[in-house]
Write a protein that binds this ligand. Structure first.
Ligand code: 0L1
Ligand code: MG
Length: 264
C-alpha cells in the first residue's frame, strides 16, 4: 500500500467524510488540502470509515464496484475502477420511497448484483472463479451520491468517500448466473416514464463478473477477502442519471425483471 497520509490526517478526513455523508452536505475534494494523496490513502480513509460505522452497529453486507464502464469513467473524468462497501443501513426495499433530503445530489445506476456462495480471495481472482462462486444474480439500482461539491472529484477523493455509495435497491427475479449471457443482458432505465439510458452489461469491463474479480483483487490489496454470502454490485451499465424529489425510476432488465424506486 502506498500510504502517504499520517494516521492523524486519516482520522481527520474520515470525520470530514462521515459528517458530509451523515448530515448530507457537500465538501471540497480532499486533494485540495492533500494534493499528494494516493488511491491507497483514499482506501485507508474508506476502511477507517467502515470501521467507524461498524463500531456504531452498521452491518457489512457486501461491496460495490464503481467506475467500471467507459461511460462512467468518461462521465466522471477518471481512468480506473474503484470499490466501496455496502452496509445494512444503506439498503432500501424495492418500490420504496427514498428521501432526497438525506442526500446531497443523488444519481441512479442500473447494475447486475451477485450473491456469493463461496469465499473469494485475490490476488489473481478471475471472472470464471466469480461465476463458480456465485449463488445467483439479481437486478439492482444503485443510488450514488458524491459528497463533493458539484460532483467534482478525483480518484483518491472519491475512494475516500466510499466511491459515492449511498443507497442500493435489489429486486426482480434472482437467476442462476450460468443460465444467462451476462454480456448481452440488456437494461432500459426509465425516469418518470421516459427512457433515459439503455445498455448491455458488457459495458461493465466486458462482463460484470470481471468487475467482481477486479473487486476481489482490490480487496486482497487492502488485506481483505470476500466471504460467502456477500452481496456485490458490479457497476453501472450506463451513465448515472440525476434524480430529484418527485422522480420515479424503473430499471427494466432483460431476463431479470425490473426494479423500481421513488424519490420524495
Ligand atoms: O458506482 C459508481 O460507479 C460510482 C463511483 C464513484 C463515481 C461517481 O460518483 O460517479
Ligand atoms: Mg455504481
Amino acid at each position: 500500500m502506498n500510504i502517504t497520509l499520517s494516521s492523524e490526517a486519516i482520522t481527520r478526513l474520515t470525520e470530514r467524510v462521515e459528517g458530509a455523508q451523515t448530515r448530507a452536505y457537500s465538501i471540497p475534494k480532499l486533494t485540495n488540502e492533500y494534493p499528494e494523496m494516493t488511491a491507497d490513502d483514499g482506501y485507508a480513509v474508506q476502511l477507517s470509515l467502515l470501521k467507524r460505522f461498524q463500531e456504531q452497529g452498521h452491518k457489512l453486507i457486501g461491496w460495490k464496484a464503481g467506475l467500471t464502464s467507459k461511460a462512467k469513467m468518461q462521465q466522471m473524468g477518471v481512468n480506473q475502477p474503484s470499490i466501496g462497501f455496502l452496509t445494512d443501513l444503506m439498503f432500501r426495499p424495492e418500490n420504496s420511497v427514498i428521501t432526497t433530503e438525506d442526500l446531497v445530489h443523488p444519481k441512479v445506476e442500473c447494475e447486475v448484483a451477485f450473491v456469493t456462495k463461496d469465499d473469494l480471495t485475490g490476488p489473481d481472482c478471475t471472472a470464471a472463479q466469480v461465476m463458480a462462486a456465485t449463488d445467483y444474480v439479481l437486478p439492482s439500482i444503485e443510488i450514488i451520491d458524491s459528497r463533493f461539491a458539484g460532483f467534482k472529484f478525483d480518484l483518491p477523493s472519491v475512494i475516500a468517500d466510499n466511491s459515492s455509495s449511498s443507497r442500493y435497491v435489489a429486486g426482480g427475479r434472482p437467476r442462476l448466473a450460468e443460465d444467462l449471457d451476462l454480456r448481452t443482458l440488456g437494461v432500459v432505465l426509465e425516469k418518470n416514464g421516459e427512457i433515459v439510458e439503455m445498455g448491455a452489461a458488457a459495458e461493465v469491463m466486458g462482463h460484470p463478473a470481471e468487475a467482481v474479480a477486479m473487486l476481489v483483487n482490490i480487496l486482497h490489496h487492502l488485506g481483505e477477502s470476500l466471504p460467502a454470502g456477500s452481496f456485490v454490485m458490479s457497476g453501472g451499465i450506463t451513465a448515472a442519471v440525476a434524480v430529484n424529489a418527485g422522480d420515479h425510476v424503473i430499471a427494466r432488465f432483460q431476463e431479470l425483471g425490473s426494479v423500481s424506486i421513488r424519490f420524495e
